[in-house]
Ligand binder design. Structure first.
Ligand code: GRF
Length: 203
């Protein structure tokens, strides 16, 4: 299966996918990496792994619709089976999410449906939660609202700040994202009637 990865930053989740492919655990071809921000570390990670890397700077476009259409064209030129959002910090138009419905995954650093949106680690601490985590989900028109595929849960400790908690969560991101992509690549994971289905069982 061909996978296109969209990033905006450091690309540590991209790296986890690259590592999975290189060790042979993840049976996909990383066809391209596209960033909406120039000069980010994730682009270097892609180049080092000999993956075609493109920048499509949203600032060069008049509005969200025009950017999303250009992005669709760029993605589709690689003919992916799956689009993976890995720290891609853009809100997507419904035209875009519809186009990739059932073949686009996102990773969100919270135990969805808790803490949609930004600053999830600080918000979990402020809410005195005992646990926090991360969710991989199919992308639908609803922001951080598509059906969940897999979650990982971590404890919140008394001395935690947003950064120590983020680190603990990220270690789990790097485990569950390659796993979800592997399931999809092996046809074990599908979105059917708006629900995630794993090995024939609705989640
Ligand atoms: C991750 O924490 C992910 O959950 C969130 O953005 C961050 C991306 O990190 N959506 P990286 O670019 O993969 O290092």
């Amino acid at each position: 299966k061909r996978v296109v990865v969209l990033i905006s930053g450091s690309g540590s989740n991209l790296q986890a996918l690259i590592d999975g492919v290189q060790t042979g655990e993840l049976p996909v071809e990383l066809a391209a990496v596209i960033s909406n921000r120039p000069g980010v570390l994730g682009l270097e990670r892609a180049s080092k792994a000999n993956i075609p890397a493109d920048v499509l700077d949203h600032k060069a476009f008049a509005d969200r619709e025009t950017f999303d259409r250009a992005l669709m064209e760029k993605i589709d030129s690689y003919q992916p089976d799956l689009v993976v959002l890995a720290g891609f910090m853009r809100i997507l138009t419904s035209e875009f999410t519809q186009h990739y419905l059932g073949r686009m995954l996102n990773i969100h650093p919270s135990l969805l449906p808790k803490f949609q949106g930004l600053h999830t680690h600080q918000r979990a601490i402020d809410a005195c939660e005992s646990h926090h985590g991360v969710t991989v989900h199919f992308v639908t028109a609803e922001l951080d609202g598509g059906p969940a595929v897999v979650q990982a849960c971590v404890p919140i400790f008394a001395g935690d700040d947003a950064s120590s908690l983020a680190k603990r969560v990220q270690r789990q991101e790097h485990v569950i994202y390659p796993l979800a992509v592997k399931w999809f690549a092996e046809d074990d994971l599908r979105m059917i009637d708006g629900k995630s289905v794993l090995k024939g069982e609705p989640l």
